[in-house]
Design a protein around this ligand. Structure first.
Ligand SMILES: [Zn+2]
Length: 370
């Protein structure tokens, strides 16, 4: 099967995650089984790692690789805005169309095409579950494997530029308490809702900036407040609200801004406004990824040997490669075909030309770490 047909077959097998309460309706299992079949057909010996509910990571290659490739089997769910069948795998205008075509079934097709049983045991590849959802696949993999590769290549769509750095991910939920008063004299109270919003601005996240990654940013993702009646939140306009619950997502550009530091700054800002911070829960606490250009030298040489030049750029979103660096201390880059602008959008597609170029680039990387 050539790279185009392999991509089409992968796109035709839905692999988004859907639950109905505790029941798993849909997962990456079928696409993982198909991929194992393809790898065996190519003379390789894939093994699977149970994650949960029958969802499995697929691992192939050496136990002590010099280079590790990481790809995810899951995709986002198709939105209702698709103009055709999201699982058609149709070829039109030199592109393969469908959910996950570029993120990341096209990259998987390119990688699998590049892998060869003739290559000596210096590489390994991980195809994990749950990257778009909860990172369960990579967490399970890291809990049971300790590799010391010289390079990790995550095959996210990057238009074949080398993405060597990205900001981290912190998510906090918390509650702010203020003091109620009559609405006719709001200055006698402490408004928990407006105080919470103001305090986030007071933190000055933009102070935590990195030359390559720019400033740290925050997103107030959830806010619910009102008068604490003891049995819920009052909605009367004539009282100053004394309670607010929030979820704050922060993307730190520097390692010094971690969840503990953020909580300390948030507490200071909230208390400075005469309010109290309560019930802080940390959901994510991940620092930035900062792989040096020198560390990624062999990858850059492999890319420029095939494409004429190699470009380094930071990535805007968070990626699971950071967890690998955190666990093993090894350099990580993201590198895959494009267009990356078609990630997570309706009518997603991957460029066939870009996939074919990726096959050559991955082969050159395998050769560099032989
Ligand atoms: Zn992806």
């Amino acid at each position: 099967m050539d790279v185009v047909n392999l991509c089409r077959e992968l796109v035709r097998i839905p692999s988004y995650v859907q639950r109905d309460g505790d029941r798993l309706l849909r997962s990456e299992r079928a696409v993982g089984e198909f991929l194992s079949f393809v790898l065996r057909e190519r003379g390789l010996s894939p093994r699977s790692q149970d994650v949960e509910d029958g969802r499995r990571n697929i691992i192939v290659g050496a136990e002590d690789p010099r280079v590790l490739f990481v790809s995810h089997l899951d995709t986002v769910a198709p939105s209702s805005s698709w103009s055709g069948d999201p699982f058609s795998g149709e070829v039109r205008d030199e592109r393969v169309h469908g959910v996950g075509a570029v993120d990341m079934k096209g990259p998987i097709a390119a990688l699998v095409t590049a892998l060869s049983k003739e290559d000596p045991g210096t590489w390994a590849a991980l195809f994990d579950v749950g990257e778009e959802y909860d990172f369960r696949g990579i967490k399970r993999f890291l809990s049971e494997h300790t590799f010391a590769p010289e390079m990790v290549v995550v095959t996210e769509p990057t238009d074949l530029t080398i993405k060597h750095a990205h900001r981290g991910l912190i998510e906090l939920s918390f509650r702010v308490r203020g003091r109620t008063a009559h609405a006719s004299e709001p200055s006698r109270g402490q408004n928990a809702i407006t105080g919470l919003v103001g305090a986030i601005g007071d933190i000055g996240l933009e102070r935590f900036a990195h030359p390559d990654l720019g400033p740290s940013t925050g997103n107030l993702a959830y806010l619910n407040g009102g008068l604490d009646t003891g049995a819920g939140l009052g909605r009367e306009g004539n009282q100053v609200p004394d309670l607010a619950d929030a979820v704050l997502d922060v993307r730190p550009a520097v390692p010094s801004l971690d969840a503990a530091k953020l909580e300390e700054l948030l507490r200071g800002a909230i208390e400075a406004r005469g309010l109290t911070l309560e019930d802080v829960t940390i959901r994510h606490d991940r620092g930035p990824l900062l792989t040096g250009r020198d560390e990624a030298g062999p990858v850059a040489e492999a890319v420029s040997s095939q494409l004429g030049s190699a470009e380094f750029r930071p990535m805007s979103g968070y990626g699971e490669g950071q967890m690998i660096t955190e666990a093993w201390g090894c350099p990580v880059v993201y590198l895959g075909p494009g267009p990356s602008a078609m990630t997570h959008v309706p009518d997603e597609y991957v460029s066939i030309e870009s996939m074919r170029a990726a096959v050559k680039v991955y082969r050159a990387i395998l050769a560099a770490y032989r």
